[in-house]
Design a protein around this ligand. Structure first.
Ligand SMILES: [Zn+2]
Ligand SMILES: [Zn+2]
Length: 336
């Protein structure tokens, strides 16, 4: 038995308070991880506030975890005590369905999510199935690696799914926690990268993140100047946009890929898709294998989110900082 010292919300929207719980016996295929750092993602806020109606209280958030394996069950594969690993939104999958057998574990019908019906990483320890505890490359920058396990893989997977080539011209909508990581990935991928932003104050910073050019999405003339030219557009925002304008910016056979969870239905004129063989798509996170590949790519090209660090006991201040829209660009909690 192992006692976990965590921070939990007692009810929807409550401040996080110290909270202890017992992990129970270690299942044969599970690992226990001593948490070193854990990112704070918008989904943590949504879960604390029960925005999606699936939060169980007391609730321990945190799904951008990096740390060290301190216990491994007898049937754990490829990992050992002492290994540095990361865990993201998913913490287990069935390992025998068509999706798992095909390598798309993130599409498993019986996925276990790190903070749904169990406790997450705002804690000194966390548990996961071995398949979702991804080994970190030696060269990784540990304090900045946590957000790669949710935000990072969320924007990396679309590059693979969309078949984005180094010669492509691509666009990123929304330069925040997700979008700024997308700019860095696409820049190192070799693409010409257009950042869509309506905030002129951010321009210099956005160019430094890897954008080739910043286009003001609210200026029809600027949009007109790149009409029909982008092979791929990644939307990281969760608000309704003028979808038809963005479809107009796509080149024939281009793809508008969504990772921002827009709650309203998207109004897409069929002719805007039909005439240029264009597509609209979406995706959640990515597989364990792709996550490992992404981590190597990050270590090789020095791609990391821009992070602000808070100690775990300042978790409520960190959450307020994120809620107020002040995070530049991801927040990471440091365990002591
Ligand atoms: Zn997340
Ligand atoms: Zn499965």
């Amino acid at each position: 038995m192992s006692t976990v010292q965590a921070y939990a919300a007692a009810e929807a929207g409550a401040k996080l308070e110290p909270f202890n719980y017992e992990l129970g016996d270690l299942p044969s295929e599970a690992v226990d991880i001593k948490v070193h750092y854990c990112g704070i993602c918008h989904s943590d806020l949504s879960m604390i506030n029960n925005d999606w109606g699936m939060t169980e209280y007391p609730f321990v958030a945190g799904h951008e975890i990096v740390g060290e394996i301190i216990a491994a069950g007898p049937d754990v594969k490829g990992l050992a005590v002492g290994d540095l690993v990361g865990v993201g939104w998913n913490s287990a999958s069935c390992m025998h369905c068509t999706q798992c057998m095909g390598g798309s574990h993130h599409l498993c019908v019986s996925l276990e999510s790190t903070i749904v019906g169990r406790h997450g990483g705002f804690a000194d320890k966390v548990r996961a199935h071995w398949s979702w505890a991804i080994k970190l490359p030696e060269a990784i920058d540990l304090p900045k690696a946590g957000p790669l396990f949710c935000g990072g893989i969320t924007v990396f997977n679309p590059i693979i799914l969309g078949g984005v080539k180094p010669t492509d011209k691509v666009g990123v909508i929304g330069i925040g926690g997700l979008g700024h990581m997308a700019l860095k990935f696409l820049n190192k991928w070799g693409c010409e990268v257009i950042a869509f932003s309506s905030n002129p104050d951010k321009k210099a910073e956005i160019l430094e993140m890897g954008a080739t050019r910043v286009v003001n999405s609210r200026d029809p003339e600027e949009l007109e100047s790149i009409q029909g030219s982008l092979n791929f557009i990644l939307n990281t925002t969760n608000v309704s946009l003028d979808w038809n304008s963005y479809l107009g910016v796509l080149a024939p056979q281009g793809r508008l890929h969504n990772v921002g969870a827009v709650l309203e239905p998207m109004a897409i004129p069929a002719f805007s898709l039909i005439m240029g063989e264009k597509s609209v798509a979406g995706s959640p996170l990515g597989s364990p294998e792709l996550t490992a590949t992404m981590l190597e790519f990050c270590a090789r090209h020095d791609i990391y989110p821009i992070v602000e660090e808070f100690p775990l006991d300042k978790v409520n201040e960190a959450i307020k900082h994120l809620e107020d829209g002040k995070a530049r660009y991801r927040i990471v909690l440091r365990m002591n």
